[in-house]
Structures are given as C-alpha cells and as structure tokens.
Design a protein. Sequence first.
Lengths: 70, 454
Amino acid sequence: MDVPAHITGTVWKVEVSVGQEVAAGDVLVILESMKMEMPIEAPEAGTVKEVRCQPNQPVNEGDVLVVLGP
Amino acid sequence: MFRSLLIANRGEIARRIGTVARSMGLRTIAVYSDADAQAPFVKEADQAVRLGPPPPKDSYLNLEALIRAAKETGAEAVHPGYGFVSENAEFARACTEAGIVFVGPPPESMGRMKDKAQARALAAGAGVPVVPGSDGVVADLRGAGEAAERIGFPLLVKAAGGGGGIGMAVAGSQAELEKAFRACADRARSAFGRDAVYLERYFPAPRHIEVQILGDTQGNLLQVLERECSIQRRHQKVVEEAGSPLFLERKNAALLQRMTQAALAAARAFGYANAGTVEFLVADGEFFFIEMNARLQVEHPVTELTTGVDLIGWQLRIAAGERLTLKQEEIRRQGHALEFRIYAEDPVRFLPSPGPLKVFRPPEGEGIRVDAGYSEGGVVTPYYDPLLAKLIVSGKSRAEAIQRSEAALQRFDIQGLKNNVPLHLRIVRDQAFQAGELDTHFLEHHAKPEPRSP
C-alpha cells in the first residue's frame, strides 16, 4: 500500500525504516509546510517495504512517501 | 535619521515597511530567497540582494548573508519585520557590531523577553499578574508531575524559546502530561537546541487581549491601547480587532486601566525601547501576562487605523535616536478596525495549500486597506508561513466595520489555491462574533461550514 503526502511541503523527519512493523495510526513521516508540522500516519498495520523520502526533501501532494506491505 | 534601510523579511510586511520607509525618503534594500525573486516586495525596493535558496535557514534566517547584504549595499539600518530574525538578539548584536542600526529593542531587552520563564519572573516581579505555572523550566517528567500537582489540571505544556504555536500541548491528566512533556521536550531540542519545558494553568475559554507599547531610547514609554486577537486556529491568530469588544462603550473600564498600566510596568521591567506588545489572557474579570513580543506585530494596522499612530514610522524614528514626541493623553481611539489574515489554506481543516495565484483581486473601497505580499500570477511556496495578505477594514463603529468587512470579503477574488476567505465570511456572519462574545476556542465551536446536503 502506498502512503502519499497529503500536502505539499518538505520532509521534516522520517520516523520509520525498512522492515519495521507498524500499527495503524503510527507516525511514519512528519512533513513541514508553511511553518506547520503534519504527521503522516499509517492507514493500516503492516511492514515498511520502502521509504521513498528523506529529511529536507521537498514533496508534492500525492507523492508516495512510504510503501507498506503485509 | 539614517538614509538607507535594509528590510530583513519578505511578503506583506517587507512591502509595507518598504512603503513607509520610502515615504520618509529612505533608500530601501530588499533581500530575497530564490523562491521570492519575482515578489512585489523585491520589485518595489530601490535595490535587492539575493540571500540564497528558499529554505529559511539558507535565506531569511542566514545571519551571515543578511549582514553581508547590509554591508555590501551600505545600509545604515536594518528592519527585521516580524518572525525570522526579528527577535534574535544575536542578529541585533551582529548589526550593532557591524555599525548598522537594528530597528528594535536593545539586545539585552530581547534576551529577557525571549526566555519565557525569565520573562514571566520579571513580569511577576514588576507586579504584573502571571498565569499560575511552574516558575521556571521543569527538567524532567518527575519535576513536571510535581509542578502539575501544585498548579492543577488542565495544564498547558510549552517548550521554552518556542512560539507561534510550535511546541505546545494541553494535558488534562498525569497520563496526558507524560505524552505532552515528551512531545514538547523533543520539539524544543530539535528547534532550539535544549529541552527546557514549562507548565502553566490552562484556561478553557480565555480572551487574548494585548497592549501596544511604544518607547524611545530616552526612557519615554507609551501604551497605544489594546487589541483583541481571540479568533485563533492552532494558537495562531486569524482575526484581530481594535478595540476589544470587552471594552466597547466604556465597559470594564477599570480592568482595561489595570491592564494598560500592567503592560507599561512589564515594558519598564524589560528595559524596553521601540515598538513592542504585551500579551494577556483575560478570563473571569482577571488578566494574566502571557509574554512580551519584542517586535512589530502582524496585527499592528488595527492600532494604526484607530489611533492614527504610525507605528513603523515611529520604529524608524526611535531607532534613529529621535525622541517620542507623542503624549499619552493624545493617544485616543477613533472608530473600530478589524484585520483578517488571508491564508493559503483549506478553510475547513486549516491545512496548508501552496500553489499559483491565478487570480488575485483584493477589494477596494471606503475603510478598506489591503497589505498583500503577493500579486496575481505569483506563486505561493511551502517554505514560509501561509499569509497571503491582510484585509484591514475600519468603520465608525464595530457594527459598521463588520458590515464593510462582509462586503469586502465577498469581493476578494482569489483563484488557484485554497484560501480562508470562506472561513472569514462565516466568522463575520456568526452571531456570537457580531455580539463580541469571543474566546480563543471560538473556531472550535463557531463559524462552522454548513453540512453538505446529501
């Protein structure tokens, strides 16, 4: 499952790494946009398959940040 | 008076300071990041210097680049605006060392205000009521727990050195306190380099009322009346007005008198000079000092429009060493003014919405002033705060100002990105707002969008 950015901004923190198991609602990435921090949470439980972003990287709304798998 | 001014800021405030400075005959120098190269504040300046790439730390927060730009252009003074380096004592000192006048309070005074725990102790020492709290920072969770027992719940947990809603959380119980403490300590460490956190009593429905201060370097100090800024989202102001509805028609005159005197006492305790603001929470007929801001406020226009005091002009004259010739008894309010912060954000969920300004047509008319940072065809980037423009509306009475505001908001045409004009329309049409019944949680209970019909 792809977890996208819901706003345009920059990546402030990446809170997970590949292989990590996460529960629904766990914070995966924290974005920063217009002086505001926005946590990106896991929509469902799973394992982190890919992390497609790194701190300070600019992202657009809709860009996939993390890929979760079973 | 100095002859040239570098404006170390961007957007609407850089533009506004530039306009005032040029009207006083100064040469203005803009500084900009790559994201703002085409912005109005850059084009309108007499000279412009590139600072660096868009992120604030590489541009508007880059002290070295700012000082270099000032030296290269021969700027005799620097105005920091609000945000960015405006409350940075290190920058103020660097300016002084480079022989450049910093338009703001003395660096020592800024230092006293910036550390909230120290600011609170100074204010309390000057006899100004403060919110019951931890009296200094709590070093660890255990200290926080003990302080909480004494102050009582609910509590506000704040990161020292924070501001603008960053590093704050409410805790209703010891369990919530643990979570809030960890979050704030973490934020304080990453943003300010230390994990100092303090606690204070949380008021469920306070008003936010502040007093404008103006002081010169000879020790003359004035209060330029109050503003109310209770309409907030995420602890950030959305609508401000002067005067406060709490004091209209001479209501609560004794409370206002005590507040303005307390503001002067606090400013004196901080050794203040230039323009500053003392912020208070007001609840149940009592008022409590929150903080003193060592800078021009975003909402200063509502004071300018109702008192006739040119705050930016005075900032420049005071920085140049001129004497404050205004007298306290000359400071009188005429009429009423409202300021609406027009943000590039979703008007319901308040999420940021950067993007292109395909259409940007502010309203015009009697009693309407618009301080805009952008123009049609510009692009709003995610690097800075979401403020597009300030719509400032004045009238003979609050009712007239509200009426004009509704008409002005309806005519404000913005297309290409989400913006909060619809939210402002809901606010001015809200009965509680019209009755002046405001508190800082207003938006959690009022001015909600109509539910969509199925």
